[in-house]
Design a binder for this molecule. Structure first.
Ligand code: ATP
Ligand code: MG
Length: 385
């Protein structure tokens, strides 16, 4: 008898002709997630089995697998010979001391001497005897289930629960996007959401060193690392926008500080995206969340992006919903660390809520836009995660 992990995949099934493409991406991502462990991953009729790992590493391996998009459910199972005595031995290990239970069986091997109903009945009877009166059967609302799957190779898988995976589509099947990654709560979640639909993600962060400090940068590096567990790796680029902010601060109306800075960020982001062959920009904006995220604010920043779509996967979410996702992906504790983001430097008391394009353009005409962008690009760094 051996402990194994059963991996079942999700929506990939739906992709008729492209199925091979999706499955290959999924398998590559699975292997990447568990590459640090000594184990074997094998494909078995529409699912995968992880085998030959050290028992004590099972939980850790499952945690890694739970971050692979495309994975529907997981089960920790015992693989045994398919005779009823061996199945019973495995079932005993999964059985609680008391409570109600149900046995569900499935036969992959149609030549097996018992039908699935007979397997369930027989194993149920064995477990009832084993429970000495403390166990009873409830097929409608059992407190736990024992599941048996008879394989073709005279082997059986015996397991208890279905553990929910991350679902979604395998990363690498839906192009590549450049995420504008701040140190906040929203943008890592935005990256997570797009990766969940299969998109590969690279990150771009703007800082205003020395107004923002090294800890602020480390925080972003940490967030990129957390995200990268879901995105099957990511590259993080940083760009210094200090001089841009100083110029805006000196020459333009203070209430337009954020609006103008945003437009620089989007311009720089689009150019960098095209440079690294990303096909869209991704931001963590959510409608009406702050002054710069009104539809007018979004229009103003959108209008400087010429070729690529700007995806805002959080646009319709409440802050609480975003926080729930941030907690779930494991980024929240890092996101709320109190280091300054470049947007809080030179922050005006009353940022413009509905900036007018004509006014924005008038203010911008006081700046050497191309020169400032060029200078910012010279500061670009690729951070080793
Ligand atoms: P977040 O929690 O992601 O920081 P936020 O609610 O603080 O978002 P804003 O500061 O208005 O909102 O930023 C909106 C979006 O602009 C962010 O989600 C992010 O995509 C992008 N952005 C903001 N600041 C930066 C930055 N310093 N570097 C890269 N992108 C940024
Ligand atoms: Mg922010």
């Amino acid at each position: 008898m051996e402990k194994v992990i059963i991996i079942r995949y999700s929506e990939i099934y739906l992709k008729g002709k492209n199925r091979g493409f999706f499955e290959r991406a999924f398998e590559t991502n699975l292997r990447r997630a568990i590459k640090d462990y000594d184990l074997e991953l094998v494909k078995q009729s529409g699912r995968y089995l992880v085998q030959k790992f050290a028992d004590y590493e099972a939980d850790e391996i499952m945690e890694k697998l739970k971050k692979v998009f495309g994975l529907h459910t997981l089960s920790l199972a015992y693989e045994t010979d398919s005779d009823m005595d061996s199945i019973f031995e495995a079932a005993k290990l999964l059985c609680r001391e008391e409570g109600t239970f149900k046995v569900e069986s499935h036969r992959g091997d149609k030549k097996y001497p018992l039908t699935s109903v007979e397997i369930s009945k027989k194993l149920g009877g064995m477990l009832l005897a084993y429970g000495k009166g403390k166990l009873s059967v409830d097929v409608h609302k059992p407190s736990f289930s024992i599941r048996v799957d008879i394989r073709e190779n005279a082997r059986a898988l015996v397991f208890g629960e279905f553990i929910e995976g991350a679902n979604g589509m395998p990363v690498g099947t839906a192009g590549k996007g450049l995420l504008l990654l701040s140190g906040g709560i929203d943008s890592p979640v935005a990256g997570y959401m797009m990766a969940k639909r299969g998109m590969k993600i690279d990150c771009l962060h703007f800082h205003s060193y020395p107004y923002t400090n090294m800890q602020a940068k480390e925080k972003v590096v940490d967030l990129a690392k957390i995200l990268s567990e879901y995105t099957c790796g990511t590259h993080l680029y940083t760009v210094k926008v200090t001089h841009i902010q100083e110029e805006i601060h000196e020459k333009c109306k203070p209430e337009l500080m954020i609006t103008l800075l945003r437009r620089f960020m989007y311009r720089i982001a689009e150019r960098h995206a095209l440079h690294i062959s990303a096909q869209c920009l991704i931001t963590g904006e959510s409608l009406g969340q702050v002054a710069s995220q009104t539809i007018e604010g979004m229009t103003s920043s959108n209008s400087v992006v010429e070729k690529l779509p700007v995806l805002r996967p959080l646009v319709g979410f409440d802050k609480n919903e975003i926080i729930d996702k941030s907690v779930k992906m494991g980024a929240y504790e890092t996101s709320i660390l109190p280091f300054e983001d470049c947007c809080t430097v030179f922050l005006p008391d009353f940022p413009a809520i509905r900036p007018k394009l004509s006014e924005i353009e008038r203010e911008e005409s006081k700046l050497d836009i191309e020169g400032l962008i060029k200078e910012a690009f010279e500061s670009i760094e690729k951070i080793n995660l």
